[in-house]
Write a protein that binds this ligand. Sequence first.
Ligand code: FDA
Length: 411
Amino acid sequence: METFDIAVIGAGAAGMMCASVAGQLGRRVALIDHAPRLAEKIRISGGGRCNFTNLYAGPGNYLSANPHFCRSALARYTPRDFMALLKRYRVTWHEKHKGQLFCDQSSDAVIDVLKNECDAGQVAWRRPVGVEEVSRLQDGSFVLATQQSGRMKARALVVATGGLSIPKIGATDFAYRLAKQFGHKLIDTRPALVPLTFAAADWAPFSTLSGVSLEVHLATGAKKAAGAFVEDLLLTHRGLSGPAVLQISSYWQPGEPIHINLLAERDAAAALIDAKAGSKRQIGNLLSEWVPTRLAHVWLETHGVSADARIADLPDRTLRAIGDALSRWTLVPNGTEGYRKAEVTRGGIDTRELSSSTMMSARVPGLYFIGEAVDVTGWLGGYNFQWAWASGVAAGQAAAEFVHGAQAQPI
Ligand code: FDA
């Protein structure tokens, strides 16, 4: 049986970061992944350019049943630390929008950096290798039964197998099953950063607007569970997508409405009524200055008003109804596009039984959970990778320290 100090299961963003840190601290680390291609999620991220961090990442950008959990790891490994790592490898980047940093090169550049960092720590790659079973020996070490590499033994085990989104590139519920096996609680999981869908009949009037995009203010929920964002909205043939909707989808609860202000910068009803005075303009023309023409025309149609109608001929109450609806378009989604399209999984391993500084289980010494598998879900915009890096570094350092301390008692 092969023996290691630390076994890391999952060679994605968090797992590679963790393995490289522990390896470079001199520990014998095995990094195990069942997927045929390395770090496919990094590869497809950011439209192929990996939005690898966000300059403003902080605890407020994450959802969790335990909101302070992410604070310590994020403070100890910051966006600047990851930027410094990329700089050492001459990878360059640009800021796109609201602190979002994307590679100038393809996402492969980030994978290469992490792969090189693992090699620098002499990490033993075991892939494609699927882990079938994990058991714990009396002395506290872990035994992994694998499909292709037989049995492996390690003093510490780090689980970095991610969430459920995009099963076709290797996502599994492995981390959740393992957490349950060792007595951990789970926070209910659901797709997040995902397009929202509507009942066909409700969406029928808007289904022809597929491809229309505009900046909106979008909100859902109440009080502590509320989310509100000013971002682009994209209409699709099945419902709503674009950054505004992906952001809000993480806060949306089934059955709840979402509220869209299509004209955040003006009081639409008052502006329409003001426009009546001495105007010969058609309402369709005026609305087309505020929102895309196709949307303006469908909007008027759904309110039973012809786009050719002169504003001056329309009663105030009609203009107010059209304007108020533009400022507060309320819709109740019937669901989401699911894990097939979700960028992340909300929920996961309950962090109240993990150490926020080391990611170690409070139940099982030497067992760590990191990355998307735990109940920490970032906003859209580089926050999820920053959590993967930060939790990976925290666990890598802590597991290295743990096995060093455990060396007095041979496995
Ligand atoms: P990750 O999913 O990266 O890695 C888990 C690894 O575990 C995988 O390699 C998998 O094969 C392996 N695995 C799973 N089950 C296993 C098993 N049973 N045995 C062995 N191995 C197993 N975030 C961001 O910050 N910026 C961005 O630009 C994007 N863009 C983006 C686009 C798309 C399309 C998606 C789907 C997601 C994003 N994300 C993102 C989210 C980001 O990719 C995600 O949060 C991180 O990759 C999570 O890192 P982890 O290492 O936790 O899991």
